[in-house]
Design a protein around this ligand. Structure first.
Ligand SMILES: C[S@@+](CC[C@H](N)C(=O)[O-])C[C@H]1O[C@@H](n2cnc3c(N)ncnc32)[C@H](O)[C@@H]1O
Length: 279
């Protein structure tokens, strides 16, 4: 993950605990003690917490900045040691005509933890597109609900992400692309993708579901009357588990295929060794 993009603590983060301070003895900053006492207890607590937070916000922000500096230093070290690829400027990359969408329609189907994981997968996709020798057009569509909230708080730094590497939209993909160009990628499709076509727009289902909803995206593609297909994973590598990948793994495989272009190489570079059946 692009760990230099860690956000400053959002104002919604829990305020620091201040031992020994209670609403009964609290001297509010913004109003008289008498006015404070007339407020409902819940509101007194909220106000006190907010004021205590504001008083120490600079200190916490500085801590977070230091953490970001350390992360950047560590990242540079890993690049120097060849462990990870350097981030590239858009002009240092080959711009391809390949187009991909991450469809964020499934917010309501995920738990809180899955929402967090989904959002960091989007962050990984952005980082991968920045590090690739060949960049592609990446659209995140229908960002809404808890994922949208997370992007507006913990991932608020996304407003600084380069639009050459990711475009985040509220709109749904049928509003952005003609339906004949759309191909929904889904492990449940009977069709197998042979190669990538720059006239098509490949859609990845933006969901973490731990296999709770098999067939979900296939049903959606069929309902919308758009093409669908699975990646030819089984044709090139033996897997010890089901061939359902995470969003960032699929995106990284597609990016790698655009670079190489060789499916076997792309799969072997991305699928974790523990998931490969070496028997
Ligand atoms: C965790 S999977 C979601 C599985 C979900 N049950 C579904 O119906 O798609 C996330 C997304 O990655 C893509 N994906 C995962 N494995 C795939 C495969 N073998 N071939 C094509 N796309 C795949 C699909 O777009 C899928 O929606």
């Amino acid at each position: 993950m692009d760990d230099t993009t860690t956000a400053l603590l959002p104002p919604s983060s829990p305020p620091p605990r201040a031992p020994g301070v209670s609403v009964d003895s609290y001297e509010p900053k913004g109003m008289s003690r008498e006015a404070f006492q007339l407020l409902p207890r819940k509101q007194q607590k909220r106000l006190m917490k907010q004021e205590l937070w504001d008083a120490r916000a600079d200190e916490f922000k500085e801590k977070q900045r230091q953490k970001n500096r350390d992360n950047r230093r560590r990242r540079k070290q890993r690049v120097r040691e060849g462990e990870i690829a350097p981030r590239r400027k858009a002009e240092e990359q080959v711009r391809t005509g390949h187009r991909f969408v991450i469809d964020m329609d499934f917010d309501e189907k995920m738990s809180e933890t899955e929402v967090k994981s989904m959002c960091s997968q989007v962050q990984r996709c952005y980082a991968a597109n920045r590090q690739a020798s060949h960049r592609v057009d990446l659209h995140v569509t229908q960002l809404h609900g808890r994922c949208r909230q997370r992007f507006d708080s913990a991932l608020a730094q996304h407003s600084g992400w380069s639009r050459e590497h990711i475009v985040i939209e509220d709109k749904e993909y049928p509003e952005l692309f003609p339906s004949e160009s759309l191909v929904y990628l889904t492990a449940d499709s009977p069709n197998v993708i042979e190669t990538l076509d720059e006239t098509k727009v490949y859609v990845i289902g933006g969901i973490v579901d731990k296999n709770r909803y098999p067939g979900l995206t296939l049903e959606k593609a069929e309902r919308q009357g758009i093409a669908h297909g699975q990646l030819p994973i089984g044709r090139y590598v033996q897997m010890s588990t089901r061939k359902v990948m995470t969003v960032n793994q699929i995106f990284e495989m597609l990016l790698r295929f655009v670079e190489v272009p060789d499916w076997k190489q792309a799969f072997l570079d991305v699928i974790p060794a523990r998931k490969l059946d070496n028997e």
